[in-house]
Design a protein around this ligand. Structure first.
Ligand SMILES: CSCC[C@H](N)C(=O)N1CCC[C@H]1C(=O)O
Length: 358
């Protein structure tokens, strides 16, 4: 069904076909989970008549069932088989979509196949139109992934955090997510004290101290779909300035959330958060976009940034996560996952956003 819709789009946009390597696009279109093929060439070739063929290493023969496929064995040259498949599908020239995340060595070898005159375009430019709007089933899976991270947050508040190393807290968060879901959607961020001034801090040996603000940013995966939550908590009474920053970020997050409406552009949601932070005097310390689309990938379209031209539609799902990061002092970020439902934003993550002082 999704593959059929994709083929109609290919035709509408004047593309002759697509070459798709393993990842979330292949999963979205076919349901095939082939994420660990490593260096072994694996691609799905599709033409504009709706014919398709998977080329996969023979060690996947027992995994790929009831799907048109050609297998190759270690020691064989898979590109000879790919050339044959492209011939069968009559793909020899024209505008072809290619998976954005394809390994460079595969792409180079495809370009060198010979006797072909392809003009490549990124697959995302077309498939985004299908993936950006989630159906009810997809939103249900995202709700489940969101419930898991809410529950983990509740549990974290009961842990003895004072003196704990960031990396140990991150590990414990990861363990709980793995126990409650299909796994993590990205490596948890635990950033304490001055480390919280780095939005993508990698948890290290620093131990949580009295008076620290700690950014906790983590996500779960459920049936392929991601959640992504950030809460900032205080362990002991924090600096007054950090409390002021917390209140500013919270107001920005709530204002942006309330601004979500079908028909608005993504950049208007970003502006709603940015304005509050700028007015409070922290504009220069809000160094990233307000949010990003969320679904099978933890970062996907629509991006909620100052350049976000996407017009919000029913079923779109994204994060709202303004933050303020002051070097030498620390930082605050508050993030929820939101779905556009009945014309408005609906939070999928619901953990307490008030300042928790442990
Ligand atoms: C996939 S790692 C980062 C996860 C995090 N939740 C996140 O998406 N962000 C943290 C800072 C802003 C935002 C981002 O756009 O990277």
């Amino acid at each position: 069904m999704r593959l059929e819709k994709f083929v109609s789009l290919l035709n509408e946009r004047g593309f002759g076909g697509a070459i798709i390597s393993p990842g979330t696009n292949l999963y979205y279109l076919t349901g095939l989970h082939l994420h660990e093929t490593g260096e072994r060439l694996t691609v799905l070739a599709v033409n504009a008549d709706g014919e398709y063929q998977l080329l996969a290493p023979s060690l996947y023969e027992n995994v790929v069932r009831n799907f048109p496929a050609t297998f190759w064995r270690d020691g064989e040259n898979p590109y000879h088989k790919l050339a044959w498949i492209l011939g069968e599908l009559e793909l020899s020239s024209g505008r072809i979509l290619i998976e954005n995340t394809m390994r460079a060595d595969w792409l180079i070898n495809i370009i060198r196949l010979g006797n072909r005159n392809f003009e490549f375009y990124p697959l995302s430019s077309v498939i985004r139109e299908l993936r950006m709007r989630k159906d009810e089933e997809e939103i249900e899976m995202m709700k489940h992934a969101a419930k898991v991270v809410d529950r983990v947050f509740e549990e974290i508040l009961s842990w003895d955090l004072l003196g704990m190393r960031e990396r140990d807290l991150a590990l414990n968060i990861e363990l709980r997510i793995r126990e409650l879901s299909d796994g993590i959607s990205f490596e948890p961020i635990v950033a304490s004290g001055e480390n919280a001034a780095n939005p993508h801090h990698a948890p290290g040996d620093r131990r949580i101290r009295e008076g620290d603000m700690v950014i906790l940013d983590y996500g779960a995966r459920w049936k392929g779909y991601c959640s992504d939550i950030t809460r900032t908590i205080a362990v002991g009474k924090p600096d007054e300035k950090l409390i002021e920053i917390y209140n500013t970020v919270k107001e920005a997050q709530e204002t942006a959330y309330r601004a979500v409406k079908v028909g608005k552009k993504a950049k208007e949601i970003d502006a709603a958060a940015r304005e509050i932070i700028a007015k409070a005097g922290y504009g220069d310390y809000f160094t990233h976009r307000t949010g990003h689309g969320l679904g099978l990938d933890v970062h996907e379209e629509p991006f909620i940034g100052p350049d976000g031209e996407v017009v919000l539609e029913e079923g779109m799902t994204f994060t709202i996560e303004p933050g303020v990061y002051v070097p030498g002092l620390g930082g605050v970020r508050i993030e929820d996952d939101v779905a556009v439902v009945d014309g408005r934003g609906k939070r999928l993550t619901r953990a307490d956003r008030g300042l928790v002082v442990l």
